[in-house]
Unconditional design. Structure first.
Length: 307
């Protein structure tokens, strides 16, 4: 016969064992979460906080270079016409390259989503520019489109396409749209393959044309992919650096500041003038702008996608 005392003792041991199991489970959970949280704090949160801190000082390589504290670095950035030019250039670039990347990526995804011969070859060929070295591609493009390059030789032009302020912007847009469209294609391809075949079978029964099927069925069902590409590749476009740096052979923004973008402005302030306080202030301002644009996208496009 089981006595009440024995029952209470067994219940106590069970509760103790359960609490121990929960504690061990929580310990393992916190242990696994510690590493990514430590990386996030060490390489993202701490640098951001440190950048905000030094943006209020005259800061050089070895620390403070002059007494004084305040928002003078922010005032200098806001009143610098070169920074305004950089913002104008990046806005024009982003509004041009992101729709072009999404259009090319969706078009390529529609092609390789069909049951065509050599589909795997075309899938690899379309994606190859996305994994190739940006430096190598930029160097080859500069050679082909130089004043004495292959393009001008074949078509009889004499324009230095990447040396002229009126054409260099569209050259960078076209080059980046081509190299990035393969990655966009993969996201759209995954979204296309997630659409149920029943939807297209119902449209076929109604004798719906291919064009109407795309605009009325396929395109609306790709809304999550539209939002994802718009946010991810929009932020990527705002971080443009390597191609203008290679084209201008530095962060000078030549010719006539047509290749000056915010990241190059920050780089030039930090490693050209060694004014890390000014560079940090420009970086904080640009971070706030990108974060604000992301929030706006989330509240507009993202809300429509969730609906």
């Amino acid at each position: 016969m089981v006595t009440p005392t024995a029952t209470r003792a067994a219940q106590s041991r069970f509760n103790t064992s359960l609490r121990g199991a929960r504690a061990r489970e929580a310990g393992w959970g916190f242990g696994f979460a510690f590493v990514p949280l430590a990386v996030l704090g060490l390489f993202f949160i701490y640098p951001l906080g440190y950048a905000v801190y030094i943006s209020f000082f005259h800061w050089g390589i070895l620390g403070k270079t002059a007494p004084g504290t305040g928002t003078f670095n922010y005032a200098k950035v806001f009143h610098d016409p070169i920074f305004g030019t950089a913002l104008k250039n990046i806005a024009e670039y982003t509004f041009a390259v992101v729709p072009l990347e999404m259009t090319l990526g969706l078009s390529l995804a529609l092609v390789i989503n069909q049951k065509i011969r050599g589909r795997n070859f075309f899938r690899s060929a379309f994606y190859f520019p996305s994994i190739a070295s940006s430096v190598a591609i930029t160097t080859i493009i500069l050679y082909i489109f130089s004043q004495n390059g292959l393009f001008n030789h074949l078509f009889g032009f004499s324009t230095d396409w990447f040396g002229n302020a009126s054409t260099i912007g569209w050259g960078i847009v076209s080059m980046n749209a081509w190299t990035t469209s393969g990655t966009v294609m993969l996201f759209y391809l995954a979204a296309l393959q997630a659409i149920p075949d029943d939807v297209y079978e119902a449209a076929a029964l109604d004798n719906t044309s291919a064009w109407r099927t795309f605009w009325k069925i396929t395109f609306p069902l790709l809304r999550p992919a539209h939002f994802f590409c718009l946010v991810v590749f929009g932020i990527g476009a705002l971080k443009l650096f390597d191609q203008p740096f290679l084209i201008a052979k530095g962060a000078s923004g030549a010719p006539n500041y047509s290749t000056m973008y915010p990241i190059l402005y920050i780089y030039n302030a930090a490693f050209g003038s060694y004014d890390f306080g000014l560079a940090a202030a420009a970086g904080v301002i640009y971070f706030v702008l990108i974060f604000g644009l992301t929030v706006v996208q989330r509240l507009t496009v993202g809300r429509q996608e969730a609906a």
